[in-house]
Design a protein around this ligand. Sequence first.
Ligand SMILES: Cc1cc2nc3c(=O)[nH]c(=O)nc-3n(C[C@H](O)[C@H](O)[C@H](O)COP(=O)(O)OP(=O)(O)OC[C@H]3O[C@@H](n4cnc5c(N)ncnc54)[C@H](O)[C@@H]3O)c2cc1C
Length: 382
Amino acid sequence: MSYDFAIIGAGAAGTLLAIELVNRPSLSNKKILIVDREGGDYRDRTWCFWAESGHSLDFLVKHKYTHIAVSDQNEKPYASIHPYTYNRIEGADFHDHYRPILKNHRQIDFVQDEVEHIESNKDWAHIHLSSGGSKSAKICFDSRFSYDRLAGSRYPVLQQHFIGLEIETNQEVFDASKADFMDFSVPQKGNTRFMYVLPTSATRALFEYTLFSHQPLKDSEYDEAIHEYLTLKEISDYKVISREKGSIPMSSYPLWRPLSSRVLPIGLNGGWAKPSTGFAFNRSLQRVKQIADLVEKNPERLPKLKFKDRFWLYDLLLLDLLDRKNGAGSRLFVRLFEKRQPQLILQFLDEKTHFLQELSIMSANRPIPFIKAFFRWLFKGF
Ligand SMILES: Cc1cc2nc3c(=O)[nH]c(=O)nc-3n(C[C@H](O)[C@H](O)[C@H](O)COP(=O)(O)OP(=O)(O)OC[C@H]3O[C@@H](n4cnc5c(N)ncnc54)[C@H](O)[C@@H]3O)c2cc1C
């Protein structure tokens, strides 16, 4: 059997893309193959994003934060982010909602298998499965990411890597309206390290020890850092409810480029995570809409999504700095949030600001290192 579209991986990107495609009436005669290797659902993570009210996934949001802090002080300067809220979706809720839709949809064949490799010619992608056999599709969207794709990159490659522990305390210690976006009061040890704290009630919170650096740590180092942090906060009577772990690529390498004439990378594999922050979830919603718009116009042609724009350049300059001086992140982010309104920064991270606003963002920090980075890349070639 051959398909119009194949989606490899039913994680965040693959699921959102499949839903977007089947929701387009003009594509209602298209057949879609989804291949995912996971036996169960992919439930090991929470996704957060900021948005104004009326977001299309509001029905899945379990918790909303109205205030955030980015600081290296013990007393946190929480700031309102109105009209945004910072929204938290549980991976389990996401998959519980969407998996049955994908599995029962008349346009979709959902296959649980491992993709070994994909071969393409001018007209078809042939998807080879580990159970033997293959399937063919005119257009294939591939969300299998591996750092191998970044090997030999001429652009800096860092990782946002972390382990998060969801804990429950016996006493009421948290304010569930406030999120610690980046708490840089943790020892930096020559890197950019912070604690990300998301309480969901007075007794429950996720503590995520996060680095923007070149290499992951041993698992025990993240766990120890979280326990030390809790001790400093005089939180000793708690139990660990769950754990999440991740590594998100941070690079300006053009991951978005097609993998062949018939295969487009999507999700982390397509560079959908913002290189300077690792936020990918809300961007995935925008990207799947762009893809669906393009395939509606021409379902035979591989859609092409992105190019090097000025936001790509800003990300490159920041990563260039963190690549050379990995400990510089704490001062950069703290100064930015001290000097500029969080709403403006969030709008900038959404790539929805105009040039004068961007100058204001950039002038919050000393411009010289960014200017030097700019000229370095100008001479090397972008
Ligand atoms: C723990 C964690 C927390 C995160 N939190 C946030 C957040 O709060 N906000 C945010 O914006 N971003 C967040 N991210 C980043 C990003 O949003 C997620 O990584 C997101 O899941 C990326 O979606 P994806 O579809 O690219 O990858 P995934 O969701 O990982 O999906 C990839 C899918 O491909 C399947 N697959 C892989 N290899 C094969 C194969 N060979 N054959 C068949 N199937 C295969 C896997 O089973 C999986 O289902 C987080 C990431 C992690 C890891």
